[in-house]
Design a protein around this ligand. Sequence first.
Ligand SMILES: Cc1cc2nc3c(=O)[nH]c(=O)nc-3n(C[C@H](O)[C@H](O)[C@H](O)COP(=O)(O)OP(=O)(O)OC[C@H]3O[C@@H](n4cnc5c(N)ncnc54)[C@H](O)[C@@H]3O)c2cc1C
Length: 376
Amino acid sequence: MSNLKVAVVGVGSMGSMALWQLAKAGIDAVGFEQFGLAHERSAAGGESRMFRTAYMEGADYVPMLKASRKLWQELEAETGQSLLNLNGALMIGPKSDERIANVIRSVEEFEIDHEVLDSAEAMKRYPQHWLDSDEIAVLDREGGVIRPEMAVFTAAERAVELGAQLRENCRVDSIVESGSGVRINADGKDEEFDKVIVTTGPWTARVFPQFADHLVPRKIVMTWYLSKKLDDYSSENFPAFGRVGGEIQTFGIPALEGTMTKIGSVATFGDVEVPEDLHRDVDLAELGAINREVARCHPGLESTPSRISVHMDAYTTDEHALVGPVPGSDKVFVLGGYSGHGFKLAPVMGEIAKDLAVDGVTSHPIAHLAPERFTV
Ligand SMILES: Cc1cc2nc3c(=O)[nH]c(=O)nc-3n(C[C@H](O)[C@H](O)[C@H](O)COP(=O)(O)OP(=O)(O)OC[C@H]3O[C@@H](n4cnc5c(N)ncnc54)[C@H](O)[C@@H]3O)c2cc1C
């Protein structure tokens, strides 16, 4: 047990997990969240997230993804909540695509339980997809689907059960190093901490303007489609999927609520200047590319969405997150800019946040996520 006092600023996807990990380690931790827990403006909105270990973004992530999966399961065991359904994840695309090469490298180098299907085999097993003859599907049996809002809520509640304090509807307005500690001003009151973890998601460039040239919130639109054959899209029959090689990169999630299947585009819908002013309107003409991909690749689905929701996430210029000490400080740490692919990593990011606050270092491989890469 340490007598450190640590603040977590922003109790969303990463912050809730950081609070859980700190409380579990016996640290005196206080979480500040500007809105209510699991509110609909955070990057955790939209009902579902894909979990995958065969990683299109690069095999370097696999050890952290495996560690994250163990922690998801630990959180489930500690709380009795079902958060991660490991029904598999299909990665689809042309054999020649660099992102599919990353998938193959991930499964081979890190011995991920998987199967590689050629286009004919894939369409036979999963007639919900249409594949070109040069495309393959890699079934990542260690992948599946996460419930994001429930995950944030569960981790934060568990942290409180373990002794953390949670201040909801309490916005942090300044973070200033003060000699041996860090002073936080929230809701007009000052409070001293030994270390501060900043997990403010789409608001991160407001807290750290030094990263503003490399870190912007962007609008993300989710779309759900109907099918007459609902059972074909249940989580038993339709694994989550990621797909490259078409007009746009897409992903899909089985019909969790029982009626509609989420097929989303990873393309973003523009920068968000002020996160509070995120425009929720969507011009239907902007959905042309995703609707065309649904019509081309998913013959069993209607090709206009029946449900649309609008969210945001913070994107960096290289689409890898910022994780580590804020340059020039050994007391303030930033974990942000997850660029549309961070949710699956949230529990391991919580562990990394705890390691940084307690020891100043972590054994997880985060060198490629160092914040200095954007300030030197
Ligand atoms: C629609 C959508 C689909 C996605 N799909 C996937 C997927 O399938 N798989 C995947 O792995 N990832 C996915 N992602 C990405 C992933 O969800 C995000 O990368 C992740 O949620 C980012 O978490 P965060 O903690 O950085 O931000 P958030 O979860 O937004 O947390 C930030 C929190 O900080 C609070 N805050 C901000 N400023 C302050 C302040 N000054 N004081 C107090 N509190 C403050 C905010 O209110 C918020 O609650 C998706 C993202 C979106 C939006």
